[in-house]
Design a protein around this ligand. Structure first.
Ligand code: VG1
Ligand code: CO
Length: 542
């Protein structure tokens, strides 16, 4: 029985960089999730009888919202929903399933690297038929719809058993509960030389993968332990928990500290890695050697041809603007184009669809390729393993060799979290006011060459995205970028990205903090961060 339920619009259901993210308590208000889901459906045309992919990272509220979406998809006229068993699908696996099944689109339930649990975060993201996040024109339309919506459609039916693989019906719509891991693992086996990695492991190469009690546990266990033969226990925190064991499932050196400490210890394995809540990010650490995500992108791009899936080379490399220029030098060396896009994976989708880029990456630990339309944590780990299996060098040696060819981009990101929104906006406004005055002036970072607010024209459809972050470029090639986060759920987060390039003849062995110290001071001088935020140091440095 289809019901039309009256509702009133909720303020601020604006999907940000990756969907709508709010506190669980917000999502638990009556009609809140349904309101957003109906707004998504109302902005789509032609999905009657088509397939929707549905799954999430297993966080608190995942199962409840899955049931709501199933009943609403049936009431709105979808023909079939493919749902991951127990409601589980990593973001890259969902992207793959959308593409492989020819689905109309998909709903992914996740707040990614944000913590989960009754007092933490939940999220819903809509992906389109290419498997990637909805483009800005779609998310803008969804937001406009949330402001005027007055009812939603839902079927009055019993909950569906999502724990047993198989098919059932809700009204006229088929629900197929599918294995969330198998098809994804098969695709990885196509892209990478599993035999070579298996042999390397059999010969004594050791690794540790921290799934952070989030969605990659089942994927990592199947791929690293079962298919590649790593001993059981290689995957740590491998069971997805609704509250991620009270941790931030954010794979950086702060939140994956246990792994970091292991990798810096005497008994460190050869290779360490971690992924985030929804499985699209990656952290790579060699024995005694942390690899920044920007460097990881550059190394993966420079060596991708060593893996079967990329043996024919790359068409181009894309990176988000705040990501360091390390990949630019690789692109130049390979004679292929480098695209600089705003933050967020949705900007890479068009380049991948058009065959202009093969590998993409962000400084926030996201790397991926044209195999799906999302960043992909396990993929990045496997490409590293494939490269290590071919080169038979340590991660540290590979990094040294890379810098000796291309020079080194010292890099760090300083996050100032939970600042009052108006203070953060005032800081950005004051920065924007200075843009024309800064060039030619000097500060602790040196002489400023240029300053602007990044705007991007998509080369495939000429759409323009403005105000994507303030960039200050110095004459020696150093750079400071300021932008506000679009994924936080508490106040505002200021991100300050600091980069200094040293060429291959310079000092490649400095501590990052030492190399960046003058630029850190310059960021304070230019933006008066302490004055605006009252914070005298960042809350997180990665
Ligand atoms: C952050 C990262 C950005 C990433 C986004 C989604 O956004 O900086 O690079 O694309 O999260 O990643 P922001 O606006 O907070 O800086 V995920 O793993 O949350 O899907
Ligand atoms: Co994520």
């Amino acid at each position: 029985m289809i019901q039309t339920v009256p509702t009133t619009p909720f303020p601020d259901q604006k999907p940000g960089t990756s969907g709508l993210r709010k506190k669980v308590r917000t999502f638990q208000q009556p009609h809140y999730a349904a309101n957003f889901v109906q707004s998504v459906f109302d902005c789509l045309t032609g999905f009657e009888g088509q397939t929707l992919v549905l799954g999430g990272d297993g966080r608190y509220l995942n199962r409840e919202v899955i049931q709501i979406v199933l009943k609403m998809a049936a009431a709105n006229g979808f023909g079939r929903v493919l749902v991951g068993q127990s409601g589980i699908l990593s973001t890259p696996a969902a992207s793959h399933l959308i593409r492989a099944s020819g689905a109309f689109g998909g709903l992914i339930l996740s707040a990614s690297h944000n913590p989960g649990g009754p007092d933490e975060d939940f999220g819903i993201k809509y992906n389109v038929g290419n498997g990637g996040p909805a483009p800005e024109k779609v998310t803008d339309a969804i937001h406009a719809r949330t402001l005027v919506i007055d009812s939603y459609r839902i079927i009055d039916a019993d909950d569906v058993d999502i724990d047993t693989i198989g098919s059932s019906m809700i009204g006229d719509m088929a629900v197929e509960v599918v294995d969330p891991v198998a098809a994804y693992a098969d695709m990885m086996e196509q892209l990478f030389d599993f035999a070579a990695v298996r042999e390397m492991i059999a010969q004594g190469f050791t690794l540790s993968f921290d799934a952070m009690s989030a969605v990659t546990g089942p994927y990592a266990t199947e791929i690293f332990e079962r298919r590649l033969g790593a001993p059981s226990g290689t995957v740590c925190n491998g069971t997805p928990l609704p509250d991620f064991g009270h941790h931030h499932p954010d794979p950086n050196i702060v939140h994956a500290k246990t792994l970091y400490d292991l990798m810096m210890s005497d008994g460190a394995p050869n290779f360490g890695a971690a992924s985030d809540g929804d499985g699209d990010r990656n952290l790579i650490i060699g024995r005694h050697c942390y690899v920044t995500p920007s460097d990881s992108l550059a190394v993966l791009a420079a060596n991708a041809h060593l893996a079967p899936g990329y043996a024919n080379g790359l068409k181009g490399i894309a990176r988000s603007m705040p990501t360091s220029g390390a990949a630019d030098r690789v692109a130049e060396n390979l004679g292929i184009p480098l695209y600089e896009t705003p933050t967020g994976w949705k900007f890479f989708g068009n380049l991948l669809d058009a065959g202009m880029a093969t590998i993409c990456g962000e400084e926030s630990a996201g790397t991926g390729s044209d195999h799906v339309r999302e960043k992909d944590g396990i993929w990045a780990v496997l490409l590293w393993l494939n490269i290590l299996a071919v080169r038979r060098q340590s991660v540290a040696d590979i990094m040294q060799a890379h810098w000796a060819i291309y020079g080194r981009n010292y890099y760090a990101r300083h996050d100032y979290e939970a600042i009052a929104k108006d203070r953060a906006e005032a800081l950005m406004a004051a920065l924007r006011d200075q843009l024309t005055n800064l060039p030619g002036t000097s500060n602790s970072g040196g002489r400023v060459k240029s300053a602007d607010d990044f705007a991007y024209t998509d080369p495939t459809d000429q759409s323009i995205s403005r105000n994507q972050g303030v960039r200050i470029l110095f004459e020696d090639g150093s750079r400071i970028v300021f932008r506000l986060s679009g994924t936080g759920t508490q106040g505002a987060t200021l991100r300050v990205y600091i980069e200094r390039y040293i060429d291959q003849n310079g000092n490649l062995g400095m501590e990052t903090s030492e190399a960046l110290a003058p630029l850190v001071s310059a960021a304070q001088e230019i933006a008066d961060i302490t004055g605006f935020t009252g914070m005298d140091r960042p809350s997180v440095i990665t």
